[in-house]
Design a protein around this ligand. Structure first.
Ligand SMILES: CSCCC(=O)C(=O)COP(=O)(O)O
Ligand SMILES: [Zn+2]
Length: 202
């Protein structure tokens, strides 16, 4: 089971790198093991060339279990998501050009999307006609503060599919790695469309 999980992270990393969404050690990934632990990528590794040795078991306080390696600097965002929603099985974080730029072009707390058929790539969406909001959190190097932003926004309104961190990148999740991959791919596609629309309107 654990081997399946670790390989799902390694495969996701190769795929994300092939899309150009995790340049220069950017991004990090994780998969839930059980109700209190997850596998997360080690900090500072190129996420397109991960091996099983680059994966670390952590608890939901971000504490390392049985490893001398340093987990992702952003581990607390992954573990906060697992603690917030028992249905989250995998989390992917990308540093695409589109997510980085778009999150700086929109000044508001939410990016609103509507009118796109590809909204249906996000679970629970059955029409292009709905308005969907993707929360934009303010970036900070203080991961406890960023995890706190996430937790307090969630307490007001639970988030779905993913969120942006301004000038930084995208987090997306799913019930399992397959769904997390669909959500990150769907969101990246929708963001690319939105960025293109904004540029054409200028
Ligand atoms: C050059 S990447 C800057 C850190 C970051 O935002 C990231 O996603 C990667 O950090 P990690 O510690 O997971 O390697
Ligand atoms: Zn990052």
């Amino acid at each position: 089971m654990s081997e399946l999980l670790t390989h799902s992270i390694i495969d996701a990393g190769r795929w994300i790198d092939a899309q150009g969404w995790c340049p220069a050690t950017g991004g990090n990934f994780s998969a839930r093991i059980d109700s209190s632990t997850a596998w997360v990528t080690a900090s500072g590794r190129h996420k397109g060339a991960l091996t099983p040795d680059d994966l670390i078991k952590v608890d939901f306080d971000g504490q390392v279990i049985d490893s001398a390696l340093t987990p992702s600097a952003e581990t607390l965002l992954h573990t906060a998501l697992y603690a917030l929603d028992d249905n989250i099985g995998a989390v992917l974080h990308t540093h695409s050009v589109t997510s980085t730029v778009l999150s700086r072009m929109v000044a508001a707390d939410y990016l609103t999307l509507s009118g796109y058929e590809m909204q249906k790539s996000l679970s629970g969406n059955h029409t292009h006609n709905e308005q969907i909001g993707i929360r934009i959190l303010e970036n900070t190097q203080d991961m406890r503060a960023l995890a706190q932003q996430l937790t307090s926004t969630w307490a007001r309104t639970p988030l779905q599919w993913g969120f942006l961190v301004r000038g930084h990148g995208l987090y997306a999740w799913g019930r399992d790695m397959k769904e997390a991959r669909r959500h990150i791919e769907g969101l990246e596609f929708l963001f690319a469309c939105e960025r293109e629309m904004m540029l054409l309107k200028k």
